[in-house]
Ligand binder design. Structure first.
Ligand code: CDP
Ligand code: CDP
Length: 217
């Protein structure tokens, strides 16, 4: 029997993971989970409660109590939630509390696409396809800047966004638990010079190649 098509897409902030993962999921008719939303939801709840995101047990309690039914809240997409997300994501207690939901989503019989930071390394080490999406910090900051401008924001400062992108990279890569890094068997996809369509085509080539291989599982 062929193993389900589980696709892990990881990479740093604003590399284009979400855009790519959504298109790949649609193309292969697979369900999609943006795992960053889980960390964002925990971060946002701590923010609203006025609690301390840097306290592991406090943050862990919020993560265990998380109701995953409300991940479509648009406020989760904002910069503040992202900042709090990366602060709560350093705690092992928080990551553990969110693991089971992600693994059971990944284990669906019809397959799944998950994007995040540790999908290929920790959540789904046996994923059939692993793609690590990168782009230079400058390109990623430019994309975030353009995204905010397109949403009508007029208080957007590229240099500040670049500094934030770099700070988030450092926190995500430098943490002890599940740091951001490509799995040994991940396909690296540098999108610095690729637009969304070109990145999508490159990702589909990777998936189609794996699908054409004899099943190893
Ligand atoms: O979209 P963007 O890359 O800016 O952020 P995100 O994917 O929504 O993730 C927000 C934060 O959650 C990241 O900076 C990570 O610290 C954390 N995160 C994580 O640690 N592990 C994941 N699987 C997903 C997100
Ligand atoms: O999920 P992640 O934070 O990695 O990135 P995203 O939200 O998918 O993409 C960030 C922004 O970059 C979006 O506005 C995308 O449209 C844009 N993007 C791009 O211009 N070229 C790419 N190859 C990928 C994304």
């Amino acid at each position: 029997m062929t193993a389900p098509l589980t696709i892990a897409i990881d990479g740093p902030a604003a590399a284009g993971k979400g855009t790519l993962a959504k298109r790949v999921a649609h193309h292969y008719s697979l369900p999609y989970l943006d795992t960053g939303l889980l960390y964002r939801a925990v971060g946002r709840q701590i923010l609203l409660a006025g609690s301390d995101p840097d306290d592991p047990s406090e943050a862990g309690a919020f993560a265990r109590a998380l109701d995953v039914a409300h991940l479509d809240d648009p406020t989760l997409r904002g910069h503040e939630a992202g900042e709090f997300a990366s602060r709560v994501a350093v705690h092992g207690e928080v990551r553990e509390a969110l693991t089971e939901f992600q693994r059971s989503f990944a284990a669906r019989r019809e397959g799944a696409v998950l994007d995040g930071r540790d999908i290929g390394t920790v959540i789904c080490p046996n994923a059939r396809v692993k793609i690590f999406v990168t782009a230079s910090p400058e390109v990623r900051a430019r994309r975030r800047t353009d995204e905010l401008l397109a949403h009508g924001r007029d208080d957007v400062d590229y240099e500040r966004i670049l500094a934030e992108v770099k700070a988030r990279d450092e926190r995500d890569s430098g943490r002890v638990v599940a740091p951001l890094r490509p799995a040994d068997d991940a396909h690296l996809l540098d999108t610095s010079e690729l637009d969304i369509d070109a990145a999508f085509r490159a990702a589909c080539e990777v998936v189609d190649r794996v699908l054409a291989e004899p099943d190893r599982h």
